[in-house]
Design a binder for this molecule. Sequence first.
Ligand code: ZN
Ligand code: ZN
Length: 69
Amino acid sequence: MKCYVCAQEGYDSEAVAICIVCGMGVCMKHAIREEQEMWEGGYPFPAKKVSKTLPRILCPDCYEAVKRS
Ligand SMILES: [Zn+2]
Ligand SMILES: [Zn+2]
């Protein structure tokens, strides 16, 4: 799979990850890795925090969208 962002810019880079939100491939340069804290107990009242974080990969567009909300 090729990096979607690079393809839009006319480059041809191999994707190393997939955005968990929109599912498009992203290269090392465009993949944004975020550590997401896990909570047990569920919405709307998380009871306790789990001690580990889950990494998640986002593309630049989805990262911007998630950050704003
Ligand atoms: Zn790229
Ligand atoms: Zn995305």
